[in-house]
Design a binder for this molecule. Structure first.
Ligand code: ATP
Length: 363
């Protein structure tokens, strides 16, 4: 059994740098207490500042190291003032999804103890859902390929392939089957979120979803239109389990989901393919708070926990999966204690103090 893992660390820009330091700190606090695996960290350059300095936002050497690593831990990338000559913002984290074929964007939305949801009646533990965002096609497939005609008409093309839809739906059902711990008394359900009533492409998405669902009879399959699903996320988040959807819909829904569980600082994510996995907080570089030491690192720390779970499942190493559970418990205990709270959760703790508290709670 494989027990040594190379982790490529890509902190990126803005608060990506601050929160990644804390995620690595927490991971390093683990192995002393968890025999059974070793993590080796190697940091690599990528992002807007890298582009400014070298002319490349994702240098070939970084891509090669990311490919060779067992997993990739990413902070956040981009800067509103650093753009390509055509005016577009740099998004190397999106490029990485394409290069490494990371087709499933996993966006858990979980309301931890001590965190207040803007939904007045929802208590901690009552929101525990996962949004699966297809990440290699959909409307993002035409990124950088849109056409503007004579400053009068603009067009972008949405792409859906049978293979692309099939694999992300299959991923969603397999994930639902693993979520026995989440809301244990409820029937596991995967909801296909689309706009099949209007668009042929989304009717195709739903058709392929139904075919995949038939191969997973133990999991309930459900459907919702994207507009209604936005409403249900707010009205009845307690009833939702796993949602699978197109790239842009998933992009928007996952920020809405983050809003329900304490904001971007609480929302982890993973970009998963058949061979590679990138783990990063769902937030961006937040230039408004970058360098102030007030970013909430918990989303990045929870993403690091997701990385251990993925590595553990992939390599049949239960110790790694156990370590992932311990990281999540440590985060929950820090939040429940209400002593060291990040600024976005109403506290005054600096980014590094929150990381220290989680590392200490692991003990
Ligand atoms: P992008 O455009 O790439 O999504 P962004 O930085 O413009 O990136 P988000 O990252 O989505 O936008 O963040 C929106 C706002 O949420 C930020 O401006 C910031 O105020 C807040 N925020 C995001 N992440 C955190 C965090 N980790 N801790 C505290 N506040 C955060």
């Amino acid at each position: 059994m494989k027990t040594e893992f190379d982790i490529a660390v890509l902190p990126g820009d803005g608060i990506g740098v601050d929160v990644t330091v804390e995620a690595v700190k927490v991971l390093q606090a683990l192995p002393a207490r968890s025999t059974g695996f070793t993590l080796r960290f190697q940091t690599h350059e990528a992002g807007a500042i890298c582009y400014q300095r070298t002319g490349a936002d994702l240098p070939p050497a970084t891509v090669a190291e990311a490919r060779a690593a067992d997993a990739i831990l990413l902070g956040a990338m981009g800067h509103p003032d650093i753009r390509r000559p055509d005016g577009t913002e740099l998004a190397p984290q999106v490029t990485l999804r394409v290069l490494l074929d990371l087709y499933a964007g996993v966006r858990p939305c979980k309301l931890y103890p001590g965190v207040r949801s803007p939904l007045a009646e929802v208590r901690s533990g009552e929101i525990d859902l996962v949004i699966i965002r297809e990440q290699t096609e959909g409307l993002f497939a035409s990124q950088n390929c849109g056409i503007v005609l004579h400053d009068q008409l603009a067009t972008e093309t949405l792409i859906m392939t049978r293979n692309g839809v099939q694999r992300v739906c299959d991923f969603a059902f397999r994930l639902a089957a693993r979520r026995k711990h989440a809301l244990p008394k409820r029937t596991r359900t995967v909801t296909c979120v689309d706009k099949a009533n209007i668009f042929k492409s989304f009717a195709f998405f739903r058709k392929v979803f139904d075919e995949v669902a038939a191969r997973h009879p133990d999991i309930r399959a459900d459907h919702a239109y994207i507009d209604a699903q936005a409403l249900y996320l707010v009205q009845r988040p307690r009833q939702l389990d796993v949602l699978v959807t197109e790239n842009l819909f998933g992009d928007i829904l996952s920020d809405l989901g983050a809003g329900l569980i304490g904001g971007m600082g609480m929302a982890p994510s993973a970009d998963i393919g058949d061979r590679h996995g990138v783990f990063q907080p769902a937030h961006g570089t937040a230039p408004d708070i970058a360098g102030k030491g007030i970013a909430n690192p918990l989303a990045a720390i929870l993403s690091a926990g997701m990385m251990l779970d993925w590595l553990g499942e992939r390599h049949g190493n239960a110790v790694l999966q156990d370590a992932s559970v311990r990281i999540e418990r440590a985060v929950a205990s820090v939040l429940a204690a209400q002593k060291v709270l990040p600024v976005d959760q109403g506290g005054s703790a600096h980014t590094s103090e929150v990381g220290d508290a989680v590392a200490a709670a692991l003990a």
